[in-house]
Design a protein around this ligand. Structure first.
Ligand SMILES: Nc1nc(=O)c2c([nH]1)NC[C@@H]1CN(c3ccc(C(=O)N[C@@H](CCC(=O)O)C(=O)O)cc3)C=[N+]21
Length: 208
């Protein structure tokens, strides 16, 4: 059963249980999915309204992007649990002989790389989602201005949370080039994302 098919109560129950997954990576993706959904909602509440006719074209473009990002971020919830499950699975591999130890080490490196890729991929989507959310500011239904602020905060929690998951996996990866490249990409995504989220939050405070 996919995580995204659970009811909210069931998901929360599983998340809070001692089951190894879902973990923080899936929770970060869920937070971001809520964020982009709020941006999409604000677009829905704007399109077709006379008061915002001058922004209609731009908000329709933003709306189309929120639809795709919502889909991709929703998928990231299950993808991350699959990526982390692959790491957990390596723990049960045998380690009695030298061959077994070598196979286990190689499998662990490959699983950790997958578990680092999942949250880095999410961060790219989260930054796009923040960029898209920013475009809706000042051009969308003012009754829902606070929702764009909540969108930014949920996306910020997502991008910061995803980064922590990249980092914890990088700490076990021996391929130095892989680690350096992920660190560089992740730090850039994080810096841009946090700046945008803070700007959106500050803009929101001025209009609520
Ligand atoms: N892409 C990604 N997504 C994550 O969600 C993610 C991640 N990477 N990297 C690491 C962190 C940490 N995290 C844990 C979840 C459960 C246990 C857990 O249940 N541990 C049990 C034993 C688990 C076992 O033996 O299989 C224990 O410590 O007793 C541990 C760690 C998820 N994370």
């Amino acid at each position: 059963m996919k995580l995204v098919e659970l009811t909210v109560s069931e998901f929360i129950e599983t998340l809070g249980s001692d089951a190894p997954a879902p973990g923080g990576g899936s929770a970060a993706a869920l937070s971001a999915t809520m964020g982009i959904s709020l941006t999409k909602m604000v677009c829905e509440l704007t399109i077709g309204k006379k008061k915002y006719a001058e922004y209609e074209d731009e908000i329709k473009l933003v709306f189309d992007e929120t639809k795709q990002l919502q889909k991709n971020l929703l998928e990231a919830i299950d993808k991350d649990t699959e990526a982390f499950n692959a790491v957990s699975a390596v723990f049960s591999m045998p380690k009695d002989t030298d061959d077994e130890k070598a196979a286990r080490r190689a499998a662990m490196q490959s699983a950790l790389e997958g578990a680092a890729k999942s949250p880095l991929d999410m961060m790219k989507l989260m930054l796009e989602a923040l960029e898209v959310t920013k475009r809706a500011i000042g051009k969308s239904n003012t009754n829902a201005a606070s929702d764009l602020g909540v969108a930014a905060l949920s996306l910020k929690a997502g991008i910061q949370g995803a980064w922590l998951n990249v980092l914890i996996n990088l700490s076990g990866i021996k391929n130095e080039e892989f680690v350096a490249s992920y660190r560089q990409d992740g730090e850039a995504l994080l810096a841009k994302g946090c700046l945008l989220a803070d700007e959106i939050y500050e803009e929101t405070l001025k209009v609520v």
